[in-house]
Write a protein that binds this ligand. Structure first.
Ligand code: C2O
Ligand code: CU
Length: 505
C-alpha cells in the first residue's frame, strides 16, 4: 500500500515536471517567434551602460522599458539625418543591380565598379534595382555617412524593390579604402556579389582636415592598386578573377595596395617584399615600420593598405594561399611562397600619436558579451548566439547621447570568432585581453574578436542615428548576432520583418 502511494506520488511529480518543462519550452518557442514587423528604434531593451559617477537612473539598466533618466531631442526621424551640404553633387553615379544566375551584379559586373572619389566631393549614388526580386540596398562600409543613407533595410530605408530606385547622398570626406555592399539579406546578397570597393583619395598635400585623432600621413605612391577579395561559391577571387593577377610595375616603383576583405572570415596575406601597413580600415597608421617574414590578418569586412617598393625581379602578395597579386614579374615563378606563421600585431605596430580621445574618462561604458546557448530563434531550435545573455530580437540597444565619449568592452565566450562591425563610427582600439594598445593609434570599424578574447574600444558618439553593431560573418548576423547603437530621441519609420519585407541580414 505504502509502496503504491509512493509510486503514485512519484508519477504525479514526474508528469508535473514533464508538463512544466513542455510548457516552458513551448513558452520560449512561442516567445521566439519573430513578429511580422520590428521597430528598430524600440526592439529588445535599452542598455544605458555605466556612467562613471552617474546616478542610478543613468546607470546600468537592463530591465527594459524605462527611459533611464536620459533626455534627448524627442522624435528625430532617421529620415531627417541627411547630408547637410546642398546643391548639385560633384559626382553622380548610377548603380544598377541585376540578378544574374547565382550572382548579383552592379552595372553588369561583380565586384561592382570601383568608386573613387576626390577628397571632399559631394556624391550622389543612385541605386536602381532592375531585377533583384528580394529587394536591395547599399551600405557604405566604414564610411561614417549620415544615418539616412546608411543603407540598412528596415532601419534607415525600405528595401529597394525591382523597378524602384534610391538616392544616396554624402560627402566623401574620409580619405581611405572602404567598400559598399547590400544590407538587405546581406548574408545572401553579399555572397552573391552585390558589393564593390570605394576609395576616397587623400586630400591634396597640406589640405583638408583630418578626422578626430587620425594622424595625417601623406602616403605617396606611384601606383595605386585595389585588391577586392571575394569568394563566389568555392572560388576565391581577386578583383573578380581566380588565381594570380599580374599588374605592370617597374623596379623601384612604390605601390599602394588597398586590400578589401569582403568575405565572412579572416584572411591572411604575405608578401615577397617588405611592406608597410599604412592604413587599417581606411585610417592611417602612424609611423608604420617595414614588415618582413610576417603575415597580416584582415578581418572580415576590414581593409588594409600596404605600401611597398617593387624590388628587382618583381613582387608577389599572396592572399590566403588562393589568390595572388604580382607586381611586375613573379619572383616565385608561380609557386605559392610558404605563409609566415608569425603575424603583424597592430596593437603594437607603428608609434603612438595624439588621438584626441581621452578614453580614461568616458561618458558611458558598455559591455557587448557574445555567447551561445540552446534556445529558439524564430521558432527554430538550436544553439544560437547571445548578446549579454539574450537571444535576438531581445538584444540590447546601446543608448547614447550625441557628443558622448563611449567605451565598449567586447567579450567573446561563444567558441567561434566574430568580426564585429559598428556602423557610422570609427572606434579606437584601447586594449586586447588587457594588453593596452602601444603602437600607432589604431582606428577600426571591423575587429576580429577571437574565441576567448576581450577587446576594449572607444568612440565619440558624433553621428546621430540608429546604427547596427553586428558580426560581419554575415550568416552569424542572420542568426541574430546583431545589436544597435541608438541615439536617444531618434526614431525610424521603417520596420524589420516579413511584413514590410525588410531583412537587413
Ligand atoms: Cu559591412 Cu552592417 O555591414
Ligand atoms: Cu560572428
Amino acid at each position: 500500500m505504502k509502496h503504491r502511494l509512493a509510486k503514485r506520488i512519484w508519477l504525479t511529480v514526474a508528469i508535473g515536471i514533464v508538463v512544466a518543462t513542455v510548457g516552458l519550452v513551448a513558452g520560449s518557442w512561442h516567445a521566439s517567434l519573430l513578429p511580422g514587423e520590428i521597430d528598430p528604434g524600440n526592439m529588445g531593451y535599452p542598455d544605458y551602460g555605466v556612467v562613471p559617477g552617474g546616478d542610478a537612473h543613468a546607470g546600468h539598466d537592463t530591465s527594459g522599458g524605462g527611459h533611464g533618466g536620459m533626455h534627448g531631442a524627442a522624435g528625430v526621424s532617421v529620415d531627417s539625418l541627411v547630408e547637410q551640404r546642398q546643391g548639385e553633387p560633384d559626382r553622380r553615379i548610377t548603380l544598377t543591380a541585376r540578378a544574374e544566375g547565382d550572382r548579383i551584379t552592379l552595372n553588369g559586373r561583380t565586384p561592382g565598379p570601383e568608386l573613387r572619389f576626390a577628397y571632399g566631393e559631394l556624391v550622389e549614388v543612385v541605386l536602381v534595382n532592375e531585377s533583384v526580386s528580394t529587394g536591395a540596398t547599399l551600405h557604405w562600409h566604414g564610411l561614417d555617412v549620415p544615418n539616412a543613407v546608411d543603407g540598412v533595410a528596415g532601419v534607415t530605408q525600405d528595401a529597394v524593390m525591382p523597378g524602384e530606385r534610391f538616392v544616396y547622398r554624402f560627402v566623401a570626406d574620409q580619405p581611405g579604402t572602404y567598400w559598399y555592399h547590400a544590407h538587405q539579406l546581406s548574408s545572401e546578397q553579399v555572397r552573391k556579389g552585390l558589393l564593390g570597393a570605394l576609395v576616397v583619395e587623400d586630400p591634396p598635400a597640406a589640405g583638408g582636415a583630418p578626422a578626430e585623432g587620425a594622424a595625417p600621413q601623406p602616403v605617396t605612391a606611384e601606383l595605386d592598386q585595389l585588391v577586392v577579395l571575394h569568394q563566389y561559391g568555392a572560388e576565391a577571387t581577386l578583383n573578380g578573377a581566380a588565381g594570380t593577377t599580374t599588374v605592370p610595375a617597374e623596379t623601384g616603383q612604390t605601390v599602394r595596395v588597398r586590400v578589401v576583405n569582403t568575405d565572412n572570415a579572416l584572411t591572411a596575406l604575405w608578401a615577397t617584399a617588405p611592406y608597410r601597413v599604412v592604413a587599417s580600415d581606411g585610417s592611417p597608421l602612424n609611423d608604420p615600420e617595414p614588415v618582413t617574414g610576417r603575415s597580416l590578418g584582415i578581418t572580415a569586412g576590414g581593409r588594409a593598405d600596404l605600401l611597398l617598393t617593387v624590388p628587382q625581379g618583381g613582387a608577389r602578395i599572396d592572399f590566403g594561399g588562393t589568390t595572388a597579386l604580382v607586381l611586375g614579374s613573379d619572383p616565385s615563378a608561380g609557386a605559392v611562397p610558404p605563409q609566415p606563421t608569425e603575424f603583424v600585431d597592430l596593437l603594437s605596430y607603428g608609434s603612438p600619436a595624439d588621438t584626441g580621445l581621452d578614453a580614461s574618462r568616458p561618458d558611458r561604458s558598455f559591455e557587448y558579451r557574445i555567447g551561445k546557448r540552446l534556445g529558439f530563434l524564430d521558432g527554430r531550435p538550436g544553439t544560437w548566439w547571445t548578446i549579454n545573455d539574450r537571444l535576438y530580437p531581445d538584444v540590447p540597444m546601446f543608448m547614447v547621447e550625441e557628443g558622448e565619449l563611449v567605451t565598449m568592452r567586447i567579450e567573446n565566450q561563444s567558441g567561434d570568432s566574430h568580426p564585429m562591425h559598428l556602423h557610422g563610427h570609427h572606434a579606437l582600439v584601447l586594449s586586447r585581453n588587457g594588453t593596452p594598445s602601444t603602437g600607432s593609434p589604431w582606428w577600426v570599424d571591423s575587429i576580429e574578436v577571437a574565441p576567448g578574447d576581450t577587446w576594449e574600444i572607444a568612440f565619440r558618439a558624433d553621428n546621430p542615428g540608429i546604427w547596427m553593431d553586428h558580426c560581419h560573418n554575415l550568416p552569424h548576423a542572420s542568426e541574430g548576432l546583431v545589436a544597435h547603437l541608438m541615439y536617444t530621441g531618434v526614431t525610424s519609420p521603417y520596420r524589420i520583418g516579413s511584413h514590410p519585407g525588410n531583412h537587413p541580414e
